[in-house]
Design a protein around this ligand. Structure first.
Ligand SMILES: [Cu+2]
Length: 154
């Protein structure tokens, strides 16, 4: 075997190794983002979305310039009454679709600076954290919709 062949062989095996380990690649998707339009006089609203990540992540923070205060909330039924409470983080398990939807998890927009009207695009800044505590910030836009306003079951 001459030197040139050895070099080529090394190169080929290095390329193979690199191909076999696409490590460090973060695939984090946030889609179908929408915010509920406000009813007259109301200064709160909520935003909903789908989140999917290739590796385990946590949604740790949500912010929006349209709201004086933004929190991540979980809605739950307790003794037949819907209540909601703030959560510190939302677990995004690897490869699993996480739904923020009416009646469940949502991004609560409080102290709104102006009403959210149909067709508005509400900017949201979402902060995610991985297992190593590294953060990823995603800027998304929530489309304002009136959808699901009568989804409460009795
Ligand atoms: Cu809420």
């Amino acid at each position: 075997m001459n030197l040139r062949t050895i070099a080529l062989t090394l190169f080929a095996s290095a390329a193979l190794t690199a191909h076999a380990q696409p490590a460090g690649k973060t695939e984090l998707k946030v889609f179908d983002v929408w915010a509920r339009t406000t009813v007259p006089g109301a200064s709160v609203s909520a935003a909903y979305m789908h989140i999917k990540s290739a590796k385990p992540m946590k949604l740790v923070k949500a912010e929006s310039p349209v709201a004086g205060m933004t929190e991540i909330h979980q809605m739950s039924m307790k003794d037949g009454v819907m209540s909601m409470s703030a959560v510190d983080a939302v677990d995004i398990p690897a490869g699993k679709l996480v739904d923020l939807k009416p009646g469940g998890l949502h991004v609560m927009l409080m102290q709104l600076k102006q009403p959210i009207k149909k067709g508005d695009e509400v900017p949201l800044k979402l902060t995610f954290e991985d297992a190593a505590k590294k953060t990823i910030v995603l800027d998304v836009k929530a489309k304002a919709q009136e959808k699901d306003t009568h989804s409460h079951k009795h």
